[in-house]
Design a protein around this ligand. Structure first.
Ligand code: SF4
Ligand code: SF4
Length: 193
């Protein structure tokens, strides 16, 4: 799927790359996306407001918002939109642009660290290794926020996770890592277009 640059009102505004199937101009601000969003009450800017920012090319506020990191990608907004605007896809694009433009709020950095650690883990193993994931995530956040307590936060959950066989000490890899690599290469190609 090709990406196109969303036209910005101001040349100094950061660029947000939207997939071709998303046309923010179709949004007529009915608010159904916001009404159906399960986490809108936690958002500083609602999904429909974010759509309006994108529509007007005023993306700076959107990129600095906490809302794009509260979104859990449940797709409800996209499913409910009467104009078939892929609002969840817009959220994805805003998150990507926020990381690229380094506008992620400090309070939301752990979310970015977790997502990066998760993807690196899948890329390396083709499947999730929980111990590796936790180690990379905790270390990355520790170096960013410098709080030793964060390293051991949640450690009390380890026995329960282990009892339920949710922690695997020995890392297993997917049988065909070549397929996983090709998926990552293909996704990188698309986001770089
Ligand atoms: S549901 Fe669709 S048309 Fe309505 S505000 Fe949200 S994105 Fe716009
Ligand atoms: S995809 Fe995100 S913005 Fe859309 S309804 Fe789900 S949580 Fe809300």
């Amino acid at each position: 799927m090709e990406n196109t640059a969303l036209a910005q009102e101001k040349s100094e505004s950061p660029r947000v790359l939207l997939p071709d199937h998303i046309d923010p101009a179709k949004c007529y601000q009915c608010g159904k996306c916001t009404a159906g969003c399960p986490v809108s009450m936690r958002m500083d800017i609602t999904p429909s407001q974010l759509m309006r920012f994108v529509q007007l090319g005023q993306v700076k506020a959107a990129l600095h918002s906490l809302a794009i990191w509260e979104c859990v990608s449940c797709q409800t907004c996209s499913a409910r939109c009467p104009k078939e605007v892929d609002c969840a896809g817009v959220m994805d694009a805003l998150r990507a642009a926020s990381v690229t433009n380094e506008t992620v709020a400090a309070s939301q950095q752990p979310i970015v660290s977790f997502q990066k650690a998760f993807l690196a883990n899948i890329r390396r193993n083709g499947r999730l290794n929980e111990i590796e994931l936790i180690a990379q995530f905790k270390t990355d956040v520790f170096f960013r926020i410098g709080r030793p307590a964060f390293l051991f936060k949640d450690a009390g959950l380890a026995p329960q996770l282990s009892k339920r066989k949710k922690l695997h000490l020995v890392s297993e890899k997917a049988r065909d890592l070549g397929i996983v690599k090709r998926i990552f290469v293909r996704c990188s190609d698309q986001t770089e277009k």
